[in-house]
Ligand binder design. Sequence first.
Ligand SMILES: NC(=O)C1=CN([C@@H]2O[C@H](COP(=O)(O)OP(=O)(O)OC[C@H]3O[C@@H](n4cnc5c(N)ncnc54)[C@H](O)[C@@H]3O)[C@@H](O)[C@H]2O)C=CC1
Ligand SMILES: CC(C)CC(=O)C(=O)O
Ligand SMILES: [Mg+2]
Length: 371
Amino acid sequence: MSLTSELRIAVIPGDGIGQEIMAACLTILETIQNRTQGFKLVFDHYEIGAGLYQRTGVDMRDEDFKAIGKADAILLGSIGLPGIRYEDGTEISPHLRIRDEFGLYAGIRPVKYYPNVPRRLLDDRSALIDFVVIRESTEGLFYTHGRGEIIDDLEARETLRITRPVSEKLFDTAFKVARQRKTRGGKGTVTCVDKANVFRAFAFFRKIFNERAALNPDIQVNYNYVDAQALDLIRRPWDFDVLVMENMFGDIISDLGGGLVGGMGMAPCAELGDHHGLFQPAHGSAPDIMGQDKANPLAMFLSAAMMLDWLAERHGIPQLAEAASLLHDAVYEGFESGRLSPMEFGGHQGMTDCTRTLLDILQTPLVEKVS
Ligand SMILES: NC(=O)C1=CN([C@@H]2O[C@H](COP(=O)(O)OP(=O)(O)OC[C@H]3O[C@@H](n4cnc5c(N)ncnc54)[C@H](O)[C@@H]3O)[C@@H](O)[C@H]2O)C=CC1
Ligand SMILES: CC(C)CC(=O)C(=O)O
Ligand SMILES: [Mg+2]
């Protein structure tokens, strides 16, 4: 019997820079795999997104949808191109269907400052920014996707949905993440971000939050209305730990978070459900820079590291967690040593050079690093 566990990864490069950063990411994963034993990643490629829609009129083939549901994990670049739309005028977004149908309710989006990244805020405490946005990703205001109504040429309506089962699981995830972070020196605090002062659905959301908080007395809780949260993330982002919120709020706040630590190329994401995990950067296909080798691929790489960690826990394979650490450490070392310098925030490295630097770091024998 082989001692190597084989894991099948559904790879969806998607559109725009998604295709560029995915190719780079697979090179990184193959390099890490060669340095680590005990698992083998097998990559199955799927063409899904705006490019496919433009060519065929279909955004995702049924057989592909079924196949990715059987994979051990899904790795996604980014999907969508502004000029390519469905008949209702919205953009091509089959990943919303993937989130809904695979029940990927917990979008986990870490916001972490790396050394030597130029500070967006003048305050020296920017170096302490380290929080996580937990974005509900299947309901909230996004529930309305494909269901919105144009009443007439004077009025349009959309619907926001909050349900108890999903909210309970979302909050439990937030408390679990806070606890894990606390064991590594984190603050052990979850802030419920909502708009419970105005919307009954958010008062309901907060009521469920309080019920779950009562079951997690080791974790401190806080509350913030989303508008005040946006303000606080500019004036004191270093004070936050885990922020949990509805889908649309999380979409917006996570881009704000990316901006605080350099840009969207520093914003990884894991979308987790009870039975599936999808890993993708929080950014889109960046049509303004696609095809120019300017993208910062680190959010893609860090999302892949989140995938390795998730697979490690799910399958009980410690070597996968070691592989995730190798990747995290390489990114940290790249910034700390000044060797990583992405164009995204004024550096001189495009995507190929950033990737090459990381490959160099990953291929340096450990003995050379300590000597
Ligand atoms: N999950 C997904 O697949 C997402 C897809 N989209 C889609 O992507 C397309 C573009 O959307 P935008 O609103 O422009 O958002 P975007 O995230 O693609 O770009 C916003 C800004 O950030 C920059 N940027 C993003 N990622 C970067 C990276 N890795 N390195 C350097 N700079 C980066 C872009 O150049 C742009 O200036 C749209 O079709 C949108 O629907 C948007 C967000 C998420
Ligand atoms: C493009 C949207 C469908 C999603 C989005 O903005 C996100 O996942 O952050
Ligand atoms: Mg977004």
